[in-house]
Design a protein around this ligand. Structure first.
Ligand code: HEM
Length: 532
């Protein structure tokens, strides 16, 4: 997904940015506050002059290119947010050719942008993703659709993805996948990890997240937890990776050149494969439902069955949405769990505290279900802190489509492209003291830091009506997996002591493989009592 404003996809929209209307001068901001002379610019012959985008500082196009390609921030654009904030302050503009992106890097300014969104917020226009759909006559899903059509899709997809009672009904399905993941860890250790290591944990968690989301969406198991992964599934996973790899390349070129690019042809081929696999799964479900109808049997089922039976969307529309949900729901979850385990391995005391919480709520062989999770505040705090340190979407784009708005005392015209620098804000020490330290306690109610936190200091799932559609499902997956893995295994760092840093590949990912040791707690306890 292209959330960061570094490709034409985001930038294209800012071409529409016009000159601010004079009428807006002195009008006060849309939050109802009058802009004071001190924050809104100088005074011209006794009349205060509204500051506009022209008055904003920031790097030129050449300077940005220098930072990206000579100083080498192309893969660590999240870090560039922090460096630019030091130079330009909390708000600055970056130029990409004729296009302008307004960066906001404080909790207050992010709040101002998000609270002034219109009824149909836009992230980016994603011309390459939309281009494929238009070429092949496919429907847009929640990621690529805009305006009233987007709102309609969300109103249909939201309830079974976000309402707690529906989401908790996916618990058993997800727990089955977690059980298989725990067994797969044992198999990986034995066959490829000298009895103790799991190498490239993120890739393994990717398979878990893919299997988990497929089992919720399609009500079908894909075989990703098997020892040998089915060829079709493996190809699907590779296609997702390819599509994300090709996306930023394609958007570097104008649309008119796409038909001549080999990358565009590969891009089309990968999307064809993604839609083909999704179509096969949807058709299989339609056949199952049809067979039940033929024998007058009630059809029960989760997400896809509900969408098909409710008939609010055509099958083509369902396919468009389901494919996008799948794409949005894999790397995000798997990266977050990888970072959590990476930190728990490094911080044995935090891991022990989590283990004690899990066995207190779920003693013996009890497998946690969603009600148990409500009794595990420390588990939740660990995920929350992971998402602060590693926001999967480190910089989110926002286009203010409907209104002129005032942010930080500057007046911006309609269709201004904002880049919300979530990563920089997550490391703001005035909001999160000791920002580089993994401190889950800061998210516990009654904790010393809890009071100081600004509600927009860390918003890992976004905010408002265009926020993440899969948040509740992702949280359930992460809570169940983490609690059960820690109950079963003691996790220790790679003995080679490698530090893993984050890089931005559209999403924030580990730059190098995360390899960890997994010690079976029962085996360790048995060994300890034998030698005692
Ligand atoms: C740790 C896991 C996840 C994180 C941190 C995450 C984060 C985000 C963020 C930041 C956005 C953009 C929100 C905005 O623009 O305000 C987003 C959008 C979205 N996410 Fe997630 N996400 C996660 C998991 C998932 C999962 C599991 C699914 C699917 C089941 C999913 C589906 C979506 C969709 C469809 C959108 C686009 C919504 C729209 O534009 O209407 N996400 N996510």
């Amino acid at each position: 997904m292209l959330w960061k404003p570094l490709g034409n996809s985001c930038l294209q929209l800012s071409r529409h940015a016009g000159v601010p209307r004079a009428a807006a001068v002195l009008s006060g901001d849309v939050l109802g506050r009058r802009t004071s002379t001190s924050t809104s610019g100088g005074t011209v012959m006794g009349v205060s002059k509204q500051k506009t985008m022209d008055d904003l500082g920031g790097p030129s196009f050449a300077t940005t290119l220098y930072w990206l390609f000579i100083k080498g921030y192309f893969k660590t654009t999240q870090q560039m947010q922090i460096e630019h904030k030091k130079i330009y302050g909390s708000i600055w503009k970056s130029k990409y050719g004729p296009m302008i992106v307004v960066n906001v890097a404080s909790a207050e300014l992010i709040e101002q942008v998000l609270r002034q969104e219109g009824r149909h917020p836009i992230r980016t226009d994603m011309p390459h993703w939309r281009g494929y759909r238009e070429l092949r006559n496919k429907a847009h899903g929640p990621l690529t659709e805009m305006g009233a059509k987007w709102q309609r899709i969300r109103s249909i997809l939201n309830p079974r993805m976000l309402k707690p009672k529906h989401v908790s009904s996916y618990t058993n399905t997800i727990n089955e996948v977690v059980t298989d993941f725990i067994s797969r860890v044992a198999w990986l250790k034995e066959t490829k990890g000298q009895g103790v290591m799991v190498n490239d944990l993120t890739e393994e968690l990717y398979k878990f997240a893919f299997e988990g989301i497929c089992s919720v969406l399609f009500e079908t198991r894909m075989g990703c937890m098997n020892e040998v992964i089915p060829e079709e599934t493996q190809k699907f996973i590779i296609s997702v990776g390819e599509m994300f790899r090709l996306s930023p390349i394609i958007v570097l070129f104008p649309k008119s050149l796409w038909p001549y690019l080999p990358s565009w042809k590969q891009f089309i081929a990968t999307w064809d494969h993604l839609f083909k696999v999704a179509e096969k799964l949807v058709n299989k479900k339609i056949e199952e439902i049809q067979q039940n109808v033929n024998v007058d049997k009630d059809t029960e089922g989760a997400y896809l069955t509900h969408l098909l039976l409710s008939e609010q969307m055509t099958v083509t529309e369902i396919l468009g949405s389901i494919t996008e949900l799948l794409l949005a729901g894999v790397d995000t979850t798997s990266n977050t769990i990888s970072w959590s385990l990476y930190h728990l391995a490094k911080e044995p005391e935090i891991q022990e505290q989590l283990y004690q919480e899990v066995i207190r709520v779920c003693p013996g062989d009890k497998v946690p279900v969603s009600e148990d999770i409500t009794k595990m505040p420390f588990l939740k705090a660990i995920i929350r802190e992971t998402l602060r340190l590693y926001p999967v979407v480190p910089g989110n784009a926002r286009v203010t489509a409907e209104n002129e708005i005032i942010v930080g005392g500057y007046l911006f015209p309609k269709k201004t492209l904002f880049h919300l620098c979530h990563y920089a804000v997550s490391y703001d020490e005035s909001i999160f003291p000791d920002p580089h330290t993994f401190l889950p306690q800061r998210w516990l109610r009654g904790g010393d830091d809890a009071i100081k936190q600004h509600p927009f200091g860390s918003v890992p799932f976004g905010f408002g009506i265009r926020a993440c559609l899969g948040r509740r499902v992702a949280e359930l997956e992460m809570y169940l997996l983490l609690s059960r893995v820690i109950k079963h295994y003691e996790v220790r760092p790679d003995p080679s002591g490698k530090t893993v840093k984050p890089i931005t590949r559209t999403l924030l990912c580990p730059a190098t493989p995360i390899n960890l040791q997994f010690l079976d707690r029962r085996a360790v306890q048995a060994e300890q009592s034998r030698t005692a």
